[in-house]
Design a protein around this ligand. Sequence first.
Ligand SMILES: [Zn+2]
Length: 306
Amino acid sequence: MGFKENQALKFSTLLNLKNEGSTVYGEINEYHFSLNLIPYGNTQVWQLTMLLDKPLTADAQYNLKKIHKINVQYSALDITPTYQAVAYNIVLNLPMSKEKQVNYFNNLITTLTNTLEKEEIKNIDACGLCGIEKTDEEAEYTVYKGLYIKLHKSCAEAAYEEEKREIEKENANIKRLPISIVLAFIGAVVGIIPSVISMFGFGYLFALLFAICPIASFFGYKLGKAPLRWYATLIAAVCSLVITALVVIGFGALIAQAANATLADAFNDPELGLTGLLAKALLFDGLGILCSLGVISKIRSGKVSR
Ligand SMILES: [Zn+2]
């Protein structure tokens, strides 16, 4: 069981709710809601989500804020043109003690659902995947991608099948890994060229140029069409760090040879600053590695983990 699943199990037990995977969910006063851990600064907080037909009035929202110190953030959830919902997102302001947490949540959800009722705000009855009514099948509440949402069983199954097919397709691409590794290496070699030109050609170094190396390496990996998993970044990182180190050491060797000194002497000479150069080069390598990591997380977000 992962960290989030473990937290969800504990939190659902504490609040007397249910959980599925890392999502806590429940129903109070006929309103359905889910709770998920979301990143918040350096920590993680619980966010309450409800799918309803319209937002609160300004007055009601002001009152909630005054009593419970919470902000309701709305996002439009239009999965299909026939499914329109307003998602209420509320970050919980949980007190430290477990006992107080239970009271806080129960008070909050009671006030919130009473307010919703008073404002005649309703749950969404349509299926969140197809948005239409089927004569032979009722849409039922189920946990799907962190939401407690009404879905047709057949629609949910079809969606999971599609996800599974996509993951299988990606897994089948794993045999392209050797090609991707070779291209990642070639990419790193190509990506170091601007740095080599600036160092050997002009005897001067723009540290930022080193960031090109891992990006070019990552691009090479992508060209090889192996899956874009975490190890894609690792491979690009290893290739670019090795190439960078080789180039800086080569540069040092050249200087050492010209001065009739050993390589170690060249690196130990504070005036030449080769050690600092190596450190700076590797640092900017790191910057490029972070860029390629950003690309991966962007591609992978929005995929279910089931
Ligand atoms: Zn459906």
